[in-house]
Ligand binder design. Sequence first.
Ligand code: ZN
Length: 239
Amino acid sequence: MIIQEMTMSEFEEGLKKTKTVIVPVGTTEEHGSHLPLATDIIHVYEMVKEAATRVDVFIAPPVFFGLCRSTSQHPGTINISGDTFRSLVKEIVISLYTHKMRDFIIISGHAGGTHMSSLTEVGELLLNELPEVNIAIVSLFELIGKECLDVIETDGDGHAGELETSLVLYSKPHLVKGLGESSYPQIPPYFLIRDKRKYWHTGVWGNPTKASAEKGKRIFDIAVDKIVNLKKEFEKFKG
Ligand SMILES: [Zn+2]
């Protein structure tokens, strides 16, 4: 049940089947010179929609904004503050809660540390504020975990690398402009860097030249299975 495509009456009818909603979250940020800026949300939104064909669950409209640190100065990245991000997610959850949703699964296609800890922080606040709410928070990369390592060949693959390029090649091939180049950031550990592009010019972390649509399909299918299982498992840990 894709909320942005439903009528008011269909929404009300859907609540008789489930009170669980998946909120897909991503970022709009650089993904090298070969992938679209909204990569983090594009494939996650396709995955959760596919999962919704297999289990009764609402899918909220995607959140296209999040916290980006190391990519914040690259062209096209739209970075928002932690305060704005937490308020945005909090108000989406509260609004859906007033419409009788009770169980929230927040899946993020972006796995940055500050971004994920902001989600956890707002989730904990909501547990205190909304007496009947249940919340799960996970990044796509935590969700697919070790199983995707059988598919991906690149050691230390990350942002805009083999995995993400494969996923976009599968889900939105017309948005992939070549396969980019293998590269890794040179950002020194511990230091907060003012000129971030100087240490990570390409915006690629990994080796996208190893990507393929076939690998993307395998990872996509793993992710959809995991999302379906998460929805079923969620029942066990509520309350
Ligand atoms: Zn990404």
